[in-house]
Design a protein around this ligand. Structure first.
Ligand code: S3P
Length: 209
C-alpha cells in the first residue's frame, strides 16, 4: 500500500538522527508541521483527514470548506458566478493562510497541489501525502449526481481518467504515497500513521514508538 517517495523532510534518515535512540523523532509530520492530504476527487481526503486528525489529536481543516467560509458561497457557486480561475486564486490564498506553521491535518481540494506556488509551499513547510486510487474506483465513489463543478454533466470516469493522466505525475511529488483503492478509510488512516512513524500507538493515548 505504501510506496516510497521522496525522503521525508526529517526522520530516521535525516542527517544527525541517531538510529539507536528509541526516542528519536521518526518524522516531524504531525508534530511540528502540518500534514496535507492531496489527490483526486473522491479519494476520501476529507474523511481520511478527519479521522487521521482525531487519531493524532490534531485540528482538522478542510480547505474547500475554508474557501467556502471565506467566500460565503459554496465551491459550485464560486465556479458558476466567478469561474474557475477566481476559485483557484482563492484556493491558493486560503491554503497559504492555513499553512501557518502549526501542526494540523489539512485536506485539500483535488486541484490545490497542482498550483506551482501552493505545491512549493506545501512541500517546503508540511508533509504532503498523496492518496491515490484508480479512476474506476474514484468514479464509483463520486457517484452519478455529483455536485462537483468539474464533474457536472460529464462522465465522471472519463474526467477522472483524464485528470489522473495530467495530475498524477504532479501528485507524485508528495513526500508520501498511499494507494487506497477499495480499502476502507480506516485502513488508509492506519497506513498513513505507519508511514509517518506513529504506528499503532496513535489512538491508544501514546505517540511515536
Ligand atoms: C477540484 C476538487 C474539489 C474542489 C473543486 C475542484 C479539483 O475538491 O476543490 O471542485 O480540481 O479536483 P475535492 O477533491 O475535495 O472533491
Amino acid at each position: 500500500m505504501l510506496q516510497s517517495a521522496h525522503p521525508l523532510p526529517s526522520g530516521p534518515g535525516a542527517p544527525g538522527a541517531d538510529p539507536f535512540d528509541p526516542n528519536r523523532p521518526r518524522t516531524a509530520a504531525g508534530r511540528d508541521r502540518a500534514i496535507v492530504l492531496v489527490g483526486l476527487m473522491g479519494v476520501g481526503k476529507s474523511t481520511v483527514g478527519r479521522r487521521l486528525a482525531s487519531r493524532l489529536r490534531l485540528p482538522f481543516v478542510d480547505a474547500d470548506q475554508a474557501i467556502e467560509e471565506a467566500a460565503g458561497m459554496t465551491v459550485a457557486e464560486i465556479f458558476d458566478r466567478f469561474g474557475e480561475p477566481y476559485f483557484r486564486d482563492g484556493e491558493r490564498r486560503v491554503i497559504a493562510r492555513l499553512m501557518d506553521g502549526t501542526p494540523k491535518v489539512i485536506a485539500t481540494g483535488g486541484g490545490a497541489f497542482i498550483n506551482d506556488e501552493t505545491r512549493a509551499l506545501i512541500l517546503a513547510e508540511a508533509t504532503a501525502i498523496w492518496l491515490n486510487a484508480h479512476p474506476d474506483v474514484l468514479a464509483e465513489r463520486v457517484g452519478r449526481r455529483d455536485s462537483r463543478p468539474l464533474l457536472r454533466g460529464r462522465n465522471p470516469k472519463q474526467v477522472l481518467t483524464e485528470l489522473a493522466t495530467v495530475r498524477n505525475p504532479i501528485y507524485a511529488e508528495a513526500h508520501i504515497h498511499i494507494t487506497s483503492n477499495k480499502s476502507p478509510h480506516d485502513t488508509t488512516v492506519n497506513a498513513i500513521l505507519k508511514a509517518i512513524g506513529f504506528g499503532r500507538a496513535a489512538g491508544s493515548g501514546r505517540r511515536g514508538s
